[in-house]
Design a binder for this molecule. Structure first.
Ligand code: ZN
Length: 310
């Protein structure tokens, strides 16, 4: 859910106020390897909203609800921002249903490629590339394949059609849809607190070219799925709230003013301590730049899981 503030960022990052001969269509085609991670450009209908980024006010509302739920639970972990609780958290194994949307020619990814994507997620969440072991893992339970050119070519438009038809399991089951989404978008996800009101829409959608070994330069190590699943587990972007307010509600991810582009070493955009977390899966850096979740993110995942997905 990316809202007005992020839309301003989107506009500022991508388009000059006055189009010139040098911008326009070629600038649009260049989006994939320029500016922010293409996910930011997905817009939902009306209000100029985009997904997976919240205004400070919206995040505050979500957190109020989350805190109230956690207060009502027995044996909560040691707080949303304290990574120390992670070591005592029970392991979470998430059952996964993988739905392949294709047009008969493109997008029909192989079972081997799907297994590689799941392995990549397990490596990411297990801390194998660096960072924390979040004690979350993923187990593939089933694959569906849909030969439907309309769904494949416009998965945003038909989301309300294919998801209710294909979705499996309950609030703790991850449904991943691989499809095509144009040249400037890598994926999107639903947040856990949305499950209750819209269970059949729950899940993660990724561009099939973002899977490990896929066709999208800089974004083909499979970390788009890692990132989107992070949202599905309740993580915000590391640039949530910019330098102000409460950020991403994770104490060990330094605040950053805006999304990272590429792999900008030494980027430090906020006065608070710490360089920007450019290597974090919840930033917008290239896949080749991403290595880690933090212990604080892992703890947040477990708290959010208890509140909304357990
Ligand atoms: Zn995101």
């Amino acid at each position: 859910m990316k809202l007005l503030a992020a839309t301003v960022l989107f506009a500022a990052a991508l388009a000059p106020a006055v189009p010139s001969a040098a911008s326009g269509p070629s600038a649009s085609r260049g989006r994939m390897d320029g500016c922010a991670r293409p996910e930011a450009r997905l817009r939902t209908g009306g209000q100029g909203q985009e997904r997976n980024d919240l205004t400070s006010a919206q995040a505050a509302t979500v957190e109020l609800d989350l805190d109230q739920i956690l207060d009502g639970l027995a044996q909560p972990l040691s707080g949303l921002t304290d990574g120390a609780g992670l070591r005592s958290a029970p392991r979470i194994t998430v059952p996964v249903y993988f739905h392949v949307l294709h047009d008969g020619a493109k997008g029909d990814v192989s079972t081997t490629e799907i297994m590689r994507q799941i392995s990549t997620m397990n490596a990411s969440y297990g801390g194998h590339n660096g960072g924390a072991n979040t004690r979350v893992s993923f187990a593939l339970r089933g694959i569906t394949r849909s030969d439907n050119a309309a769904w494949f070519q416009d998965p945003e438009r038909y989301e309300g059609t294919y998801k209710p038809m294909l979705h499996k399991g309950g609030k703790g089951t991850l449904n991943i849809y691989s499809t095509y989404m144009g040249g400037d978008l890598l994926g999107w996800a639903t947040f856990p607190w949305k499950y209750k009101t819209d269970p059949e829409m729950d899940g993660v959608t990724i561009h099939y070219g973002s899977m490990p070994g896929g066709s999208i330069e800089h974004f083909n190590k499979g970390f788009s799925a890692t990132h989107e699943v992070g949202h599905w587990l309740g993580l915000y972007h590391t640039f949530q709230d910019g330098c102000s307010n409460k950020g991403d509600r994770v104490a060990d991810t330094p605040a950053e003013r805006d999304p990272s582009d590429g792999c900008p070493s030494g980027k430090d955009t906020c006065p608070s301590p710490g360089d920007d977390p450019i290597h974090n899966y919840m930033d917008y850096s290239y896949d080749t730049c991403m290595t880690s979740f933090t212990a604080g993110q892992g703890t947040r995942i477990h708290n959010v899981w208890k509140a909304y997905r357990a």
